[in-house]
Design a protein around this ligand. Structure first.
Ligand code: BES
Ligand code: ZN
Ligand code: ZN
Length: 475
């Protein structure tokens, strides 16, 4: 058995019981009471009911949503280490100065700081935490409560994404992935349709089926539909790579690269996390989430380098490297959303290339796009959520690298420009609608945390950004 979502963190807020707490200014903290993320245990000094902590946020001019998340998470890790399970955080000045939106970062910092990966050990500790956001002006309490609920739903969805990505490939197969998506759709109120091989074949998605036939498990196409704005004009497709196990196929990965192979469905898990929070918070937008999911392994059926395969678009693809499988299953899914679903713009998200790690490391994801305004909105949403992105260019001379002698396109360009040519491969399957490609191969997984709100393993990166892209309300 596995746990998809533990509910062991309770967050509440109110005016008291710290009404009488003196207002602690930023300067006061900077004078050494507590440095960035260090917490100061005020214990019963201010309040009889709660352990009270103060978390230093550093210089006011440097404050950002990422900083708040990281500092709060560090404070939470410290209290967890000290085995404190109930605490109050005094947030008066933060909300007064930065408004309600700061609550998102605060709650993310609390939930993610206290996150522990699901364990498969026979015995395990499962502490339950109670965190109280206190010292809120009475007139604001209701609004902070509402915002806390939204933010908690967001943080839980990030945790859902993390848990899915951390799941071993023998637990999370394409069929269990589909079952989980169905369960979540049913719980939260969005429609989930799962296509099996015969239906995928009828649609002509041979690139997806070719990759899937290399695996020992079935292939599935998960389609999720959320209509939060029935009268709205725009529907966005979110397509996430769902390779539950990427050994590389015949172009087998070296053993050191094998450890992270269960995380190659992070794009798909991100899409499911986003669908969950959109529905849970009843965000006013229309989104169709699509996850092509299968394994990329060795079997007698496996495709091999040199093969030419078909695709739903009609384009033929020459296989140069069987480890460049993500773009194949995404290509067919991009065609699917454009031909079979009514969508106005599309974002795909994937752990697509090792090159993005060489270029930007583990803290920053790469994006490519054919639409300036759309990319700008995405980057803006990233800032709101405290996540980092860099847009990479698409030039005509780069496009040439994917020309094949014997097919319409080949699946790998040169030994350089790995991330860009992977993006350009996908661009070939976009027909004149705004599109963004997000490569999260660096950010989806950390062997040691880069930011305090991360734990070793899956990060749940980009759920926050996508949520903020779709949710513009400020309540
Ligand atoms: N899933 C991998 C990309 C990846 C690498 C994700 C490292 C996470 C960490 C992808 O399927 C892959 O293997 N890409 C190849 C493409 C190459 C053969 C052109 C890569 O980047 O090495
Ligand atoms: Zn691969
Ligand atoms: Zn892969």
């Amino acid at each position: 058995m596995y746990t998809i979502l533990k509910q062991n963190i309770h967050i509440d807020c109110g005016a008291g019981p710290l009404r009488e707490t003196p207002r602690l200014s930023f300067e006061y903290l900077e004078e050494g009471m507590a440095n960035h993320g260090e917490y100061l245990h005020l214990s019963k000094q201010f309040c009889d009911d709660y352990e009270t902590i103060v978390i230093g946020l550093g210089q006011q001019s440097q404050l950002s949503s990422q900083r708040v998340k990281a500092c709060v998470a560090k404070g939470m890790k410290a209290i967890a280490y000290d085995k404190i399970t109930t605490c109050g955080i005094h947030i008066t000045h933060l909300v007064e100065e930065y408004g309600l939106s700061i609550v998102d970062a605060l709650v993310e910092g609390i939930m993610l700081g206290l996150y522990a990966p699901v364990s498969y050990k026979q015995t395990q500790e499962e502490p339950a935490y109670q965190v109280f956001l206190c010292g809120i002006a009475p007139a604001m309490v209701q609004r902070v409560k509402q915002r806390t609920t939204y933010a908690k739903n967001l943080a839980e969805s990030i945790i859902l994404t993390r848990n899915l990505v951390n799941m071993p490939a023998n637990y999370l197969t394409p069929t269990t992935f589909a079952d989980i998506a169905k369960d979540i759709g049913q719980q939260e109120g969005f429609q989930v349709e799962v296509l099996e091989e015969t239906e995928i074949e009828t649609l002509g998605m041979s690139a997806l089926l070719t990759v899937g036939s290399s695996g020992s498990k079935r292939t599935r196409l998960i389609i999720m539909r959320y209509t939060g704005d029935p009268l709205g004009k725009t529907t966005t497709a979110l397509v996430g790579k769902g390779i539950t196990c990427d050994t590389g196929g015949y172009c087998l990965k070296p053993s050191q690269s094998m450890l992270g192979i269960k995380g190659d469905m992070a794009g798909g898990a991100t899409v499911l996390g986003v669908m969950r929070v959109l529905a849970k918070n009843q965000v006013k937008s229309n989104v169709i989430g699509v996850i092509p999911t299968c394994e990329n392994r060795l079997s007698r059926e496996s495709y091999v380098p040199g093969d030419v395969i078909g695709s739903m678009s009609g384009k033929t693809i020459e296989i140069i490297n069987t480890d460049a499988e993500g773009r194949l299953i995404l290509a067919d899914s991009l065609t699917y959303v454009q031909k079979k679903e009514k969508v106005d713009r599309v974002i795909d998200i994937a752990t697509l290339t090792g090159s993005i790690v060489s270029a930007l490391g583990f803290s920053t994801a790469g994006i490519l796009s054919n639409d300036k305004g759309f990319a700008q909105d995405f980057l803006e949403a990233g800032k709101t959520g405290g996540e980092q992105y860099l847009q990479l260019p698409i030039y005509d001379e780069y496009r040439k690298l994917l020309e094949s002698d014997i097919a319409d396109i080949k699946n790998v360009g040169a030994s350089y420009l790995g991330t860009i040519t992977a993006g350009i491969f996908l661009e070939n399957f976009i027909q004149d609608i705004p599109w963004i490609h997000v490569d999260i191969a660096g950010t989806a997984w950390v062997d040691s945390p880069v930011f305090e709100y991360q734990a070793k393993g899956a990060t749940g990166s980009s759920v926050t950004t996508l949520y903020h892209l779709f949710d513009s309300r400020n309540v």
